[in-house]
Design a protein around this ligand. Structure first.
Ligand code: PEP
Ligand code: MN
Length: 283
């Protein structure tokens, strides 16, 4: 039987530290926090969000340029134009950019403008896409499928790693269940299991799990307490005006409060929450 490289070979195998850019990592003592809008909507939106990230010691900006929408009539994202705006934030503020790749033909452009390529839930088992991402030299943020078992999730990571790309970060973002009080159910037990079975870093997305902004800080605290290596959170300068996922978007003020609330939990877990940021624009 072939050895599964996404799994720990012994119980003592440490978490792999995935390099994000020249100053950020995921899986070591530093937590990797990334936040930003669900979808890139324009330059001024990204500027306001970026300033807020810097003020809060967050070195990574998330934002969708190619959006996987349930309805083909919903806003599909600013695509290449949005990607270039994200890259501008990287150039101006030195932020690491995280954005979703939905198709093989988008890989080249996204890899040219972003630091981390996100595979969304809906594509967790898009095996041809995973195989191509195994050939590139960029970290991949792999989100758990809407109804994927943990083992299916780890097999998807295996697809990327088998191709040669070892820089995989797992993301628990909630799974489908019967109760409509929350959009999904955040599987924190699953995070503990993933940390036990795999050496890959695991981050948590409380935004898509909750689908409502009021409980996101509580879920973020719990995620760090259970041993997650980071968080991905949706924030927006005017949450109610967000073109997608408005109900779960935190205002910039709410995000600052969340960071303050998570800080003592991070300290108790011997993790650093805030990163050195804005040390100058990248050349
Ligand atoms: C997202 O992070 O923007 C997103 C679409 O998430 P998911 O794939 O988890 O639904
Ligand atoms: Mn979203």
């Amino acid at each position: 039987m072939t050895t599964r490289i996404a799994l720990k070979q012994t119980e003592q195998t440490p978490t792999s530290v995935v390099r994000i850019n020249d100053r950020l990592t995921c899986g070591g003592k530093d937590l990797w926090i990334t936040a930003g809008p669900c979808a890139v909507e324009g330059f001024s939106q990204l500027e306001m969000v970026s300033q807020n990230l810097i003020e809060n010691g967050v070195g990574s900006l998330r934002g969708g340029a190619f959006k996987p929408r349930t309805s083909p009539y919903s806003f599909q994202g600013l695509e290449l134009e949005g990607l270039k705006m994200l890259d501008e934030m990287r150039r101006l503020h030195g932020l690491a950019i995280v954005t979703e790749v939905m198709a093989i033909e988008q890989i080249e452009a996204i890899a040219a403008h972003a630091d981390v390529l996100q595979v969304g839930s809906r594509n967790m088992q898009n095996f041809p896409l995973l195989k191509e991402l195994g050939k590139i030299d960029k970290p991949i943020l792999l989100k758990r499928g809407l109804a994927a078992t943990l083992d299916e999730f780890l097999w998807s990571a295996e697809y990327i790693m088998a191709g040669g790309n070892q820089r995989v970060i797992l993301c628990e973002r909630g799974i489908r269940s019967f109760d409509s009080e929350t959009r999904n159910v955040l599987d924190l037990g699953g995070v503990a299991v993933l940390k036990q079975k795999s050496h890959l870093p695991v981050i948590v997305d409380p935004s898509h799990a909750a689908g409502r902004r009021d409980i996101i800080p509580a879920m973020a605290k719990a995620a760090i307490a259970v041993g997650a290596d980071g968080l991905i959170i949706e924030i927006h300068p005017s949450p109610n005006q967000s073109v997608s996922d408005a109900d779960q978007a935190l205002s910039l003020e709410m995000f600052a409060t969340l960071m303050n609330q998570v800080e003592p939990i991070a300290t108790a877990m011997n993790r650093s929450l805030r990163s050195p940021v804005n040390s100058g624009a990248l050349a």
